[in-house]
Ligand binder design. Structure first.
Ligand code: NAD
Ligand code: TDX
Length: 339
C-alpha cells in the first residue's frame, strides 16, 4: 500500500505519518509538503531515516509537480492534511487560504482522477458547522448539521468539502471526509491556544485570552484523531462524512488555568485581550456515527493527554524555541502587540 500524505510536516500530518509507519510495517508513505511557516522538516527527522518514507517538497496547487509525483508513485490512497490552518491568520489574509485549501484540494483530486486511486481522504474540521450557543449544552454537531461557516478559514474548508463531494458524485471519485474537533499534542505549532500558552507560561510571559475566555472547544488528543483516520481510509464507506470528537468540552479559560497549574505558574499571567472577530462560541461533536460504524472511541483522557503534551514541550524545548525565535516574533507582535 502506498499512501500520499499531504501537509505531513505540520502538526497532525506528522503525527499521522508516525502512527502509520509504526502500525503498518509494509506501507510506503510519501509526504508532500510546501514547508510553509507551519511546516518543519525537523519534525520528520525520525521518518526521514526510514526507507519506507519519502519526503517531497511541493505545493499541492502546483499541478505539474503533483502529476509528476502521482506518475512516479501510483499511490493507492491520498490523505489531504495540507492547509492553511490558523483562523486568526485567515482573518488577516484570506487569499492564501482560498488558494491552498480549495484550489490545492481540486488539483490533488484531478490527479487522483487522472492516475486512478482507491481512496481520496479529505481531513476537514468541525468548524464547517459554524458554532453552537453557550446556553444549549444539549446540542451537538452531527454529520447532518448544515454547513454554516464563520471565518475565511472555515469557509475555505467547507468549500473544499463541497468540492470533494461533487467529485464523488460527478466523477465517481472514491472519497471520504472527516470533520474533527480541536486537536492537541506533540508538534502543535505555537500559534495555537495550548502550545502558545505552554510556551508563554514557560517564558513567564502574559497569557493572552480572547474576550472573556468563555468560548468552548472540544479537545481531542492527536493520536486519537490519527487512529480515526486510519479506520476511515480502510473501512469507511465511499462518499461518507465522519465526525470525530472527544466529548471533552472545555472553556478556554479552563484550559489556560490547567496549564498554569501543571507548570506551577501564577494565574496572574492571564491577560484578557480583544476578542477574535467573528469568534465561534462553542464546538461540540457527536461522534456516534464513527463509533457505531467503525468502532472508534477516543482513548486518551484529557487529564492524561494534557500532561503528556506538557511533558513533550518540556522535553523538546529546542523544537518550539527555534520556531518562536524566528519570523514568529513579527507575527506575535502584529497579532498581540496592541491587543
Ligand atoms: P498545520 O498548520 O500544523 O500544518 C499544515 C501543513 O500543511 C504544514 O506542514 C504546511 O507546510 C503544509 N502546507 C500548507 N500549505 C501547503 C501547500 N500549498 N502545499 C503543500 N503543503 C502545504 O495544520 P494542522 O493543525 O496539522 O492541520 C492539518 C489539517 O487538519 C488541516 O487540513 C486542518 O484544517 C485540519 N484540522 C486541524 C485541526 C486542529 O485542531 N489542528 C482540527 C480539525 C481539522
Ligand atoms: O492566543 C490565543 N488566545 C485565545 O484565547 C489563541 C491563539 C486562541 N485563543 C482562543 C480562540 C479559540 O476560542 O482559544 C480557542 C482555540 O483557538 P485556536 O488554537 O486558534 O484554535 P481554533 O480557532 O479553535 O481552531 C482549531 O481547531 C479547529 C485549529 O486551529 C483549526 O485548524 C481546526 O480546524
Amino acid at each position: 500500500m502506498t499512501i500520499i500524505v499531504t501537509g505531513g510536516a505540520g502538526f497532525i500530518g506528522s503525527n499521522f505519518i508516525y502512527y502509520m509507519l509504526d502500525k503498518h510495517e509494509d506501507y510506503r508513505i510519501i509526504c508532500v509538503d510546501k514547508l510553509t511557516y507551519a511546516g518543519n522538516l525537523s519534525t520528520l527527522e525520525r521518518a526521514l531515516n526510514d526507507e519506507r518514507f519519502r519526503f517531497v517538497k511541493a505545493d499541492i496547487c502546483d499541478r505539474t509537480a503533483v502529476n509528476k509525483l502521482f506518475e512516479e508513485e501510483k499511490p493507492d490512497i491520498v490523505v489531504n492534511f495540507a492547509a492553511e490552518s490558523h483562523v486568526d491568520r485567515s482573518i488577516e489574509n484570506p487569499d492564501i487560504f482560498l488558494q491552498t485549501n480549495i484550489i490545492g484540494t481540486a488539483v490533488l483530486m484531478d490527479a487522483c482522477r487522472k492516475y486512478g486511486i482507491k481512496r481520496f481522504h479529505q481531513v476537514s474540521t468541525d468548524e464547517v458547522y459554524g458554532d453552537l450557543p453557550l446556553d444549549r449544552p444539549d446540542l451537538f454537531f452531527t454529520e447532518e448539521t448544515p454547513i454554516h461557516t464563520s471565518s475565511p478559514y472555515s469557509s475555505s474548508k467547507a468549500s473544499a468539502d463541497l468540492l470533494v463531494q461533487a467529485y464523488n458524485r460527478t466523477y465517481g471519485l472514491p472519497i471520504t471526509i472527516s470533520r474533527c474537533s480541536n486537536n492537541y499534542g506533540p508538534y502543535h505549532f505555537p500559534e495555537k491556544l495550548i502550545p502558545l500558552m505552554i510556551a508563554n507560561a514557560l517564558n513567564d510571559k502574559p497569557l493572552p485570552v480572547y474576550g472573556k475566555g468563555e468560548n468552548v472547544r472540544d479537545w481531542l488528543y492527536v493520536e486519537d484523531h490519527c487512529k480515526a483516520i486510519d479506520l476511515i481510509i480502510h473501512n469507511g464507506k465511499d462518499g461518507e462524512v465522519y465526525n470525530i470528537g472527544g466529548h471533552n468540552e472545555k472553556t478556554n479559560i479552563e484550559i489556560v488555568k490547567i496549564i498554569c497549574k501543571e507548570l506551577s505558574k501564577p494565574e496572574s499571567l492571564i491577560t484578557y485581550v480583544k476578542d477574535r472577530a467573528g469568534h465561534d462560541l462553542r464546538y461540540a461533536i457527536d461522534p456516534a456515527k464513527i463509533h457505531k460504524e467503525l468502532g472508534w472511541l477516543p482513548e486518551t483522557k484529557f487529564e492524561d493527554g494534557i500532561k503528556k503534551t506538557i511533558k513533550w514541550y518540556l522535553e523538546n524545548r529546542s523544537w518550539w524555541q527555534e520556531i518562536i525565535s524566528g519570523e514568529y516574533q513579527n507575527y506575535y507582535e502584529k497579532m498581540y502587540g496592541n491587543r
